[in-house]
Design a protein around this ligand. Sequence first.
Ligand code: AMP
Length: 412
Amino acid sequence: MKRIQAPRGTYDVLPHLADERAALERTAAQILGRAGYGRIETPVFEATHLFARTVGEATDVVQKEMYTFADGSGDSLTLRPEGTAPVVRAYLEHGMHKEPQPVKLWYLSSFFRYERPQAGRFRQFWQIGAEAIGSADPAVDAELILLLGELLEAIGASKVRLVLATLGQPESRAAYREELIAYLRKHEDQLAPEVVARIDLNPLRAFDAKHEATQRVMADAPRLIDRLPQEDLDHFAEVQDLLRAADLAYTVDTTLVRGLDYYTRTLFEFQSDALEAAQNTLGGGGRYDGLAEAIGGPPTPGMGWAAGVERMLMASTQSPPTEPPVDIYVAYEPAHKAAAFRLAADVRRTGGSARLELAGRSLKGQLKQASRSRARYVAIFGDEGVQLRDREGGEDKLVAPETVMHHIRGRL
Ligand code: AMP
């Protein structure tokens, strides 16, 4: 029979990887906790509408990448492809607008997108995310950007750069889009065929084209930033002032685009040259002042980011945590198994770490396991009693089984 394997684009979190993730989680909890962010966990699935209305009907995520299914009562549910819409849903559902604003939340959760699997791109992946809901102050944007910068620095992510942009409000964006489409149509004969094919679908992509003639045309193309109302420009200027005040270096790229429709005003990404170009974004986010209304709530400003756990671990230069040595390894001759079993249980009950032989090895084999586990003590149960060895020096002692705890306690 063909052996059953994990679905494509998924992976198992084996113990060594779990340790690495736990360390990342602790770092994130510390950095975000210090800034007043509380942890939130939302359900793995949500009503499909939640994502269709916020992420955007025309985006790749909603068009092609959602795991959508009908449950027993025929309701359409979707495995969460991102974390912002669920968190804003929870904010509205639990009346968090009554708390002091902004409400600051963070999460470490798994997300699901039907994407083409490759290095740094999975179908089930994990993100650390942070959201601040209920304030339009540019300081919220700057603080959140700074916090992701701090996290990436703390894990030693290499070759990181911060890119900023601003989108303004949906109205100015829509008007600009029309203007850009008209400009591209006028210069269609000079553009690369793949750019022409996507003029109506995604005109902004033309700015990323490698094709030389296209680049010449795009050098004179209208830019969104020149079409934004003063209040949007002021907001963006203040975000930048605050980042400079905190000594965070960045570049502005007015052509930055992200795959989710809900963004307004500030948009940013931390990219790393340590990763392949197609998946070099460690994390990013932006402001989403229209999102709460899109899911039926009152107008509520918000700002947040998400960073990929897999990509952060790939870019991290921190050495993975090593397993701490074991307090005691309990070896035994077969006749003394129950007494040995009991000692291991007693040690663990009092908070120590113990390993017991569990595979019927010979005494020689057991001693090999003991040194592999870097155990401080080895207790060998035999007919004469228990031979107790302190691997940090001292002679072997022969002691009575019931006194082993007494001999090792206080020294661990
Ligand atoms: P997004 O939610 O698309 O803004 O993505 C935020 C971050 O999540 C990205 O910068 C990646 O680090 C990570 N990410 C997004 N999609 C995937 C995926 N399919 N596999 C692994 N990481 C992902």
